[in-house]
Design a protein around this ligand. Structure first.
Ligand code: PEP
Length: 247
C-alpha cells in the first residue's frame, strides 16, 4: 500500500473543501485507486466538517498535530487525540519539524504517539535532519535517535507510519539524491525493524515533492509514499503527483 498525504499547514477555510472534492473525484475513479490511500490534514478548524463530508468517500481526514495529554486538560488552545477522534479524524501527524522547532521534545512526542494510538488514530510520525546535521554527516545517527527515543515495541505498528522529511528540503525545492534517499530509507527501515522486531511500518518521504520530481522517487521501492506540503493545497498539483507516480 502506498500513501499520498497532504499537509495543509495554516491554509484553508470551509469553502476550500472544493480542492479536496476534486482530488476525491480523481481518486475514486483512478484505475490504480486500490494501490494507495489519500489522506489530507487540514487545520483543526476544518476537521469536523470535512470528516463528516468525506465520511463515506475515499479520502481520509487527519490532524496536523495533537496535544500530549489524552483527553482533557487545562492547557490553553490544546487539542487532544480524544478530541480529534471525537470529530472524525482518522490520522494525526506527530513530530513535524515545525512543531519540533516550537519546542516538541522526545518525551512530549512519545506521549503524543502513545495517546493518539490509544484513541485509535493512525499516527504519521515525522523525522528528519537539519542542514547542519546533514553537512556534518550526522543524518543517520539523528534519524536513529529520533526513532528510538520515541517509538516502542509495544506501540501498534499497524497504525504507525513514519515520514522522513529532511528539514532542509521542506518548502525549499531541494530534494535528496536518489542514492542518498535510498540509503536513508533503508536505514530507517532497519532501525524500525530493530524496534518492532518484525516488518517495519510504512516509510514515506516528504520535502518539496511535486508532479515534476515524483517520478524520480519511483525507483526507490523502499519509499511507501509521500507527505506533501505546498503541492497539496492545489488539486491539480496534488493529482499530478499521483498521476505521475503511476505513469
Ligand atoms: C511539509 O511541510 O510536511 C512538507 C513536506 O512541505 P513541502 O512539500 O512544501 O516541502
Amino acid at each position: 500500500m502506498r500513501y499520498f498525504i497532504g499537509n495543509w499547514k495554516m491554509f484553508g477555510v470551509p469553502k476550500s473543501i472544493s480542492i479536496l472534492n476534486k482530488i476525491n473525484s480523481y481518486y475514486s475513479k483512478d484505475k490504480n485507486r486500490n494501490k494507495y490511500r489519500v489522506i489530507m490534514t487540514p487545520p483543526y478548524t476544518l476537521i469536523e466538517s470535512y470528516s463528516k463530508y468525506f465520511k463515506n468517500k475515499k479520502i481520509s481526514i487527519g490532524a496536523q498535530n495533537c496535544y500530549q495529554k489524552e483527553q482533557f486538560s487545562s492547557n490553553t488552545a490544546a487539542v487532544s487525540p480524544y478530541m480529534l477522534k471525537s470529530v472524525g479524524a482518522k490520522y494525526t501527524l506527530v513530530g513535524h519539524s515545525d512543531n519540533r522547532g516550537e519546542g516538541d521534545t522526545d518525551t512530549m512526542l512519545k506521549d503524543k504517539v502513545r495517546y493518539a494510538l490509544k484513541n485509535n488514530l493512525k499516527v504519521v510520525f515525522c523525522i528528519g535532519e537539519n542542514k547542519t546535521e546533514k553537512k556534518n554527516k550526522k543524518t543517520l545517527s539523528v534519524l536513529k535517535r529520533q526513532l528510538t527515543k520515541v517509538l516502542e515495541k509495544k506501540f501498534n505498528k499497524n497504525n504507525l507510519i513514519v515520514a522522513y522529511e529532511p528539514i532542509w528540503s521542506i518548502g525549499t525545492g531541494k530534494i535528496p539524491t536518489t542514492d542518498e534517499l535510498k540509503k536513508t530509507t533503508i536505514h530507517i527501515k532497519k532501525v524500525l525493524k530493530g524496534i518492532f522486531k518484525k516488518n517495519s511500518p510504512a516509510v514515506l518521504y516528504g520535502g518539496s515533492v511535486d508532479g515534476s520530481n515524483v517520478e524520480m522517487f519511483k525507483e526507490i521501492k523502499e519509499i511507501d509514499g509521500f507527505l506533501v506540503g505546498g503541492a497539496s493545497k492545489t488539486s491539480k498539483k496534488f493529482i499530478d503527483i499521483i498521476k505521475n507516480y503511476y505513469r
